[in-house]
Write a protein that binds this ligand. Structure first.
Ligand code: ADP
Ligand code: MG
Length: 736
């Protein structure tokens, strides 16, 4: 036998791997380990789904002048000069090679590697990878990795071959500092050579109708295209496949859930729900009626409900959810309401008790159960839940704990879905003797294709109509980069509102300068640069403290580093009108309901996401008093950051904003907080761009699962779904 790498596997028989084979067996332990460390991939299928980020051509050169400093780059260039010199201070040599794209020049440096001089001959082209550094004003790559293209253009075999060689796209992979693009390419080529049979997850008819490639062919062409049309066709196939497998996974989960038995929960005639409805001080909106009917229908079936209700802040979701809980209580069951934070749980409990009124409250015993309750209270709450005495338990994550049991859990309501995922919903489901019904509420309007992708296992109801009698919100951008003189006016305006007997919020991206709120602002693409320090609760408090108009006003902070008790006390005081202005982080983002609050100032508004700003703004204008929202930003004129803030000021339509948000965000952030990313995030699919593909794939998947809900007759698809779900277990949709 000829030389074999020391760690090559003993029994690497070509044609013998499947997508589920371990990389260690296929590539050898050391390489497999490096890949697992870099990307978390363990199987052949996972590495083969590491698709090239782009394709370069041998004839193409990368624009060197625009290389970003301190970034890892992979580029195609030509060697123009190479020389060796001795170091002056100590023994040793430096090889310096200059590479060029025809205009810019970049220097490569190597210490004590004289042999590079012969390797990097002028005129040779190759791919170079490394971190862009700066040496005395010149761009350079120190000790880059590179791979030179073969000098040997196969001229002997004729022009056609030479042309083919020049036209063959070179796959450029997402790489790391330890694994260069071409090292990945080599490993992937080994896998493709050794890959045995690959079953197609797409049924033949689905594939043929759309002119898609067989799966194996698509993998081959996406990684080793001979010409551009190869990888284009391959990506089209793989993109559809990704959508199709994902939809099948979601629909299969939905089918599996629906195959389980749940207790039907119907309101009793003359019961709790009827009494509640009779006492309700307002008429339900048409949408509330409609969604209420959808929920009532689901609850009345012996199949677990799994429904998402989306509706603007203030659209009246809580009332809808409470009516569902009353229907369940009528049947003798309990409901659990999960809120994302302690503040919101406490507030939910208060507003629910208020809506129920004293009589219904006495019968239902709404009970708070959170992690920060004093031990004695917690014990009491646990008992009430376990004994079935409380038919309405409100809490945070603490409800998921093992110590929490219910006598007869019939319904779980999750408020603000994005902090709770499939796994948490599942954990709660297990707390019922039979799986309880699940209702998820979200105030973040979700465009249809995103809903399909992220919440594809849920049925979706929408409350679009706001209750009548809302005075509305006026939103204004205060662009400090353009009009610095407006800054003092902002605080004046806030003080004026307070002088009218109203209250206001100031929302900041951080608690202290340089300390970001932990459950606060989502990371925002295209950060404002050079806009000075981030405004914080501390800095705004200091600023207001010096402002003459605020000397007499009652101003208090609210943020995530305060204890639950302090936060709760502050919120109560604000709700009771004992405070004029709350200076807070995004802890007030969801659910806080103070009808007298009329003005909100968001400082450094560009630091928040579009949807988040919209959510925040929903805190004012909730009563009869018109709301005013001032979005203060130092973002430069014409910047993307300023555009995002302007988009929020321009419309109150949450669905429109969700769409704008998706368009203005970078692709990678599309699923935002709903998706944790990582190794199992979407690969080729983009929810904005690929809406049609997703809808098409869902329809096909629906048709298949309709007749084959367990995918028994579609083993290749079932295997692809299982792989997808394995991935998910490590993060993905679980954040959904
Ligand atoms: P959401 O949870 O969707 O943000 P809420 O259920 O908290 O909205 O409702 C916001 C406010 O509107 C509450 O004070 C609630 O009592 C009130 N409300 C709800 N539905 C109606 C309605 N149909 N008519 C008038 N007011 C309503
Ligand atoms: Mg609410």
């Amino acid at each position: 036998m000829t030389a074999r790498p020391a760690d090559a596997p003993e029994e690497a028989i070509p044609g013998s791997y499947t997508l589920d084979s371990k990389l260690a067996g296929a590539l050898g332990g050391r390489t497999a380990q490096a890949i697992e460390r870099a990307f978390g991939y363990v199987t052949v299928g996972e590495l083969l789904a590491h698709y090239p980020r782009r394709y370069a051509l041998r004839g193409e050169l990368t624009a060197l002048a625009s290389l970003p400093l301190d970034e890892n780059v992979t580029l195609v260039a030509e060697v123009i000069e190479v020389r060796v010199r001795e170091m002056r201070q100590r023994r040793g040599s430096i090889v310096e090679a200059k590479i060029s794209d025809g205009t810019g020049v970049l220097t490569l440096t190597f210490f004590n590697q004289r042999w590079r001089e012969n390797d990097l001959r002028p005129g040779r082209r190759g791919i170079f990878a490394g971190k862009v550094g700066d040496y005395r004003g010149n761009r350079q790559l120190a000790h880059p990795d590179y791979e030179l293209f073969d000098d040997e253009v196969p001229i002997e075999v004729g022009d056609a071959a030479a042309k083919r060689w020049a036209e063959a796209p070179i796959a450029i992979y997402p790489a790391t500092s330890t694994l260069a693009s071409w090292q990945l390419a080599k490993s992937i080529a080994l896998l493709l050579d050794g890959l045995g049979r690959v079953d197609d997850p797409l049924p033949a008819s689905v594939r043929e109708n759309r002119g898609l490639l067989a799966h194996r062919d698509a993998l081959e062409r996406v990684h080793r295209p001979e010409r551009e049309p190869d990888w284009k066709a391959a990506r089209r196939t793989l993109r559809f496949t990704e959508a199709f497998v994902l939809q099948s996974a979601l629909l299969e989960r939905r089918a599996a859930l629906r195959a389980r038995h749940a207790l039907a929960r119907r309101p009793a005639p003359g019961g709790l729900l009827e009494r509640f409805d009779a006492a309700l001080p307002f008429a339900l909106t048409g949408d509330q009626e409609q969604v209420g009917a959808e929920i009532a229908h689901d609850l009345g079936e012996p199949v677990p409900m799994n429904r998402l209700v989306q509706g603007e802040v203030g659209s009246g979701k809580t009332v809808v959810a409470l009516r569902a809980m009353l229907a369940v209580a009528d049947s003798g069951g309990q409901s659990a309401l999960l809120a994302p934070t302690e503040v919101l749980a406490a507030q939910h409990l208060r507003s629910i008790a208020k809506m129920l009124g004293p009589e219904l409250s006495a019968e239902l015993i709404p009970t708070l159960l959170t992690g920060q309750l004093p031990a004695a209270e917690r014990k009491k709450a646990l008992l009430r839940a376990a004994a079935g005495q409380s038919r309405l338990v409100v809490g945070t994550h603490a409800l998921l704990g093992d110590t929490v049991t219910f006598a007869d859990l019939g319904l779980v309501v999750v408020d603000e879905q994005h902090r709770f995922g499939v796994e948490q919903r599942e954990a709660l489901r297990l707390k019922g003797a039979e799986p309880p019904h699940v209702l998820v509420l979200t105030a973040t309007p979700i465009p249809r294709t995103v809903a399909m992708t992220v919440f594809g296992d849920l049925d979706v109801s929408t409350i679009a109509e706001l209750p009548a009698g809302r005075a509305g919100i006026e939103s204004q951008v205060v662009p400090l980069a353009i009009r610095p003189a407006w800054r003092p006016r902002v605080w004046e305006r806030l003080a004026e509102e307070v002088a009218l007997g109203r209250q206001g919020f100031v929302v900041c991206p951080a608690i202290e300068t340089r300390v970001a709120e932990d459950d606060g602002a989502e990371p925002v693409p295209g950060e404002t640069e050079g806009a000075g320090p981030v405004a914080s609760v501390a800095s705004v408090l200091a600023e207001l403290g010096e402002h003459p108009r605020f000397a007499e006003l009652r101003v208090a902070p609210l943020h995530g580093r305060m204890s639950a008790e302090e936060k709760d006390r502050t919120m109560r005081a604000f709700a009771a009108g004992e405070l004029d202005v709350l200076v807070s982080t995004t802890v007030i983002e969801v659910g806080v309901d103070v009808p007298n609050a009329s003005v909100m100032v968001v400082v450094d508004a560009d630091r928040f996401g579009v949807s988040q700003l919209h959510q925040l703004r929903g805190r004012v204008g909730r009563g009869a008093v018109p709301g005013l929202c001032l979005l203060v930003t130092g973002a430069p004129p014409n910047s993307l950051a300023l555009q995002r803030v302007e988009a929020v000021a321009a419309t109150l339509d949450g669905f429109e904003l969700a769409r704008v948000d998706l368009e203005l965000r970078q692709e990678g952030d599309v699923l935002g907080a709903m998706q944790s990313g990582g190794r199992s995030s979407l690969k080729l699919l983009r929810v904005v761009r690929d809406g049609e593909i997703i809808a098409d794939a869902r329809a096909e998947a629906e048709a298949i699962l309709e007749v084959d809900p367990t995918l028994e007759g579609h083993p290749a698809l079932a295997a692809a779904v299982r792989r997808r779900l394995d991935d998910e277990a490590s993060g993905y949709l679980s954040k959904g």
